[in-house]
Design a protein around this ligand. Structure first.
Ligand code: GLN
Length: 191
């Protein structure tokens, strides 16, 4: 088995799979920890991070993902996925996977009703902003110097980060028709 796996425990995994498939890349739902070792890359989707974390523990995903990450598997987390990739979380739960040197706070833009859309400056296509969909989104509070900023809001707020082949976005490219972010990840994985 190969291709891009999308963690399918909870959240909007279907939308990621549809976008990768529309770009001609093989993508599959990951529901068992033993599927991880054969993948070319993994996406941890948006959803509810405490629920995803609970299910990751229930089905023994934690060590499988951490092992694959340390063997250099490219991993991209969106929203709840970003929360789970952090090495530091302001809140006590969930326990994140510590895959990126970032400090994150959950629900830091407010409640569900405070969800918003905004245009995002995108380091790999500076001419054309990206439509940002933020749903009860986390904030990236701090990053270490080995983490690159790849997406910001107009006021400079960091909303997308890259550390080697690990990516985190506080917004949801999978919920838009703009597939440039998925193309960017595909290039990172396959070129
Ligand atoms: N607020 C959610 C959490 O804490 C994340 C929201 C999302 O993924 N859209 O897990």
């Amino acid at each position: 088995m190969s291709g891009i796996g999308v963690l399918a425990l909870q959240g909007d995994f279907v939308e990621h799979i549809k976008t990768f498939s529309s770009l001609g890349v093989s993508a599959q739902e990951i529901r068992k920890a033993n599927q991880i070792s054969d993948l070319d890359a993994l996406v941890i989707p948006g959803g509810e991070s405490t629920t995803i974390s609970y299910l990751m523990d229930l089905y023994n995903f934690r060590s499988a993902i951490k092992d694959a990450a340390s063997s250099d598997l490219p991993i991209w987390g969106t929203c709840a996925g970003l929360i789970l990739m952090a090495n530091n979380l302001k809140e006590d739960i969930p326990i994140p996977l510590s895959l990126m040197n970032i400090n994150v706070s959950r629900n830091a833009y407010g409640r569900q009703i405070d969800s918003f859309k905004d245009s995002i400056n995108f380091s790999f296509d500076r001419e054309n902003p990206f439509p940002g969909v933020f749903i009860r989104a986390p904030k990236i509070l701090d990053i270490d110097e080995n983490v690159d900023v790849i997406c910001t809001l107009n006021d400079g707020e960091i909303v997308g980060v890259k550390q080697g082949n690990k990516l985190g976005t506080s917004f949801h490219p999978e919920l838009t028709t703009d597939n440039r972010f998925h193309k960017y990840f595909i290039d990172l994985v396959y070129s």
